[in-house]
Design a protein around this ligand. Structure first.
Ligand code: NAD
Length: 292
């Protein structure tokens, strides 16, 4: 049984992953290069556990215990004790390659190294280690404590044993694992990104406001969240990086990085996490970003 897990990255995905592991009885170390991100990550987990208690999902007496299973650390060496390491740092291939080379040195020889990447090749990441058979994609969905799916992505060199191991763990977390192969964007973002991108191009071309486009997709197509609200929720920086990976591979307009997105990133508008994206989050409820 895996009892110690390391999560690299304490952002919106990292803290959600740490949360679900701690909730299922694992001891977790959450690692980030930023102390602020670690503190914010832990505060988010605490707030989300409290919400689960209020909803009756978690018994109140477990609230403190679950949070106490998550240690914070700024040193990647803290991953050395873990049997499973899940990397959820920013969506940047160079960064992820460096982290995996370091983890290969730091981790126990038998440890499995998983990545939560949205689009970067698992085979390429595995190549940066001496154990590509033990490198795999474990793609959790946002928000992690709520969403059921874990997309399990096998690199070309990933072994059956590693695949079974993470599939069993995802099930133990109460998630539904779905196995797919290593291809740009896997299934989730291969299918989702063209829709979000088209919505962004539609804003750019003045077809409709973000509100109008979101209303068409929620009320007309029964999507729980419109594509531009979803874009802000995922993070526009992450979306831009996913577009770059997909366009680099396929060279098709449906995956192209929309110029308006590039401009928004230059302005520091990353969506909900920075307070502004297609919507402005500074008030009580999201308002249309008037500058667009
Ligand atoms: P985020 O920006 O919220 O968090 C990224 C964190 O990584 C930050 O706290 C940053 O300080 C940290 N970081 C950067 N360099 C690091 C390093 N060398 N070591 C440790 N930590 C480091 O991003 P996010 O939305 O949590 O995304 C994380 C990963 O999850 C990305 O690969 C992304 O593609 C993937 N993902 C995101 C979503 C989503 O909806 N946002 C969904 C599924 C998968």
């Amino acid at each position: 049984m895996t009892d110690r897990v390391a999560v690299v990255g304490a952002g919106q995905m990292g803290n959600g992953i740490a949360h679900v592991f701690a909730q299922s009885g694992f001891n977790v170390v959450m690692i980030d290069v930023s102390q602020e991100a670690l503190d914010k990550g832990r505060a988010t987990v605490a707030k989300n556990i409290e919400r689960q208690v209020k909803k009756g999902i978690i018994p109140p007496e477990q609230q403190v215990e679950i949070l106490s299973r998550i240690d914070l650390n700024m040193d990647l060496d803290a991953a050395g004790e873990a049997s499973l390491i899940i990397e959820a740092a920013s969506e940047d291939s160079g960064l992820k390659y460096r982290i995996f080379t370091d983890l290969d040195r730091i981790a126990k020889p038998a440890a499995v190294l998983a990545t939560n990447t949205s689009s970067i090749s698992i085979t390429e990441i595995g190549r940066r280690t001496s154990r590509p058979d033990k490198v795999i994609g474990m793609h959790f969905m946002n928000p992690v404590p709520v969403m059921k799916l874990v997309e399990i992505i096998r690199g070309l060199a990933t072994s059956d044993k590693t695949t079974k191991y993470v599939t069993d763990i995802a099930t133990r977390l109460g998630k539904t694992p779905v196995e797919v192969n290593d291809y740009p964007g896997f299934v989730s973002n291969r299918v989702l990104m063209p829709m979000i991108n088209e919505a962004i191009f539609a804003v750019m071309e003045g077809v409709g406001t973000p509100e109008a486009i979101d209303a068409v997709m929620t009320l007309g197509m029964n999507h729980p969240m419109g594509p531009l609200t979803l874009a802000d929720f995922v993070g526009l920086d992450t979306l831009g990086s996913i577009c770059d990976v997909l366009f680099d591979e396929f060279r098709e307009r449906r995956f192209a990085h929309p110029p308006v997105l590039r401009k928004m990133l230059s302005a520091g508008w990353y969506g909900r996490k920075s307070g502004k994206g297609f919507y402005d989050y500074s008030g009580e409820s999201p308002q249309l970003n008037a500058a667009l």
